[in-house]
Design a protein around this ligand. Structure first.
Ligand code: HEC
Ligand code: HEC
Ligand code: HEC
Ligand code: HEC
Length: 112
């Protein structure tokens, strides 16, 4: 009984540790091996990178818009050039903010 209880406590302690461990160490998708500084250079404390940090590798908004042509193009709409991090999170689940106002069935994130 005591062993079982200790075991349960150990599992609980591990879960609590995982909860407080730095969640941002994990980078999702194709960026997993990219150094933090590729996105967070010049920031005193890491915060959502400005779009120019992303576009250094991804070219331009126009180039992105070509890749995602079609209805409800996330990179070409009446919303303009929205900051990438409004939708793409490299650490958590990405969120397609256009869903706040539109039901869009055919757009899904890849990997991030
Ligand atoms: C490919 C780009 C990219 C890389 C590489 C990256 N990040 Fe981020 N990071 C982001 C984006 C986008 C956000 C804002 C969205 C979010 O919180 O997920 C962010 C947010 C953060 C935040 C939270 C800031 C806040 O205001 O809540 C921290 C801390 C952070 N990153 C640390 C790191 C560390 C440490 C690494 C390296 C292990 C890293 N990042 C690598 C893109 C990146
Ligand atoms: C150091 C270069 C580099 C930087 C900086 C960078 N990316 Fe990427 N990104 C890549 C590469 C390489 C790929 C994989 C090939 C491709 O899809 O172009 C990729 C893929 C992606 C994908 C497709 C999904 C996936 O995980 O494969 C998204 C979305 C993306 N990047 C968004 C961003 C955003 C948003 C930022 C800024 C926060 C950013 N990237 C910064 C290099 C970079
Ligand atoms: C309004 C939300 C939104 C914003 C802002 C946004 N994206 Fe996206 N992005 C998406 C969605 C949704 C997809 C997947 C859609 C699809 O493939 O049809 C996507 C796909 C991508 C892809 C994969 C393209 C492919 O198919 O190869 C890349 C790379 C990317 N985004 C980079 C960026 C970068 C860099 C920025 C900022 C300059 C940015 N995105 C801004 C929502 C957004
Ligand atoms: C704050 C609410 C809001 C957000 C967020 C929003 N839209 Fe809209 N959008 C509207 C309204 C209102 C209209 C005009 C009424 C209509 O035609 O549905 C519209 C119209 C459109 C249309 C033309 C109408 C159609 O059905 O063909 C497209 C395409 C569109 N939005 C795409 C987007 C994309 C892509 C995003 C994200 C980058 C976005 N919207 C975010 C409110 C929003």
């Amino acid at each position: 009984m005591r062993l079982t209880l200790n075991h349960a406590l150990a599992v609980l302690a591990a879960a609590v540790c995982m909860g407080v461990s730095p969640a941002y160490a994990a980078v999702n998708g194709s960026h997993a091996k990219i150094p933090c500084t590729a996105c967070h250079a010049g920031q005193a404390a890491p915060a959502a990178p400005a779009q120019k940090a992303c576009l250094a590798c991804h070219g331009s908004y126009e180039a992105l818009a070509k890749k995602t042509e079609g209805k409800f193009n996330p990179h070409d709409s009446h919303m303009g050039r929205v900051e990438c991090a409004q939708c793409h999170s490299m650490h958590k689940k990405s969120r397609f903010i256009c869903h706040d106002c539109h039901a869009i069935p055919n757009r899904t994130f890849k990997g991030e």
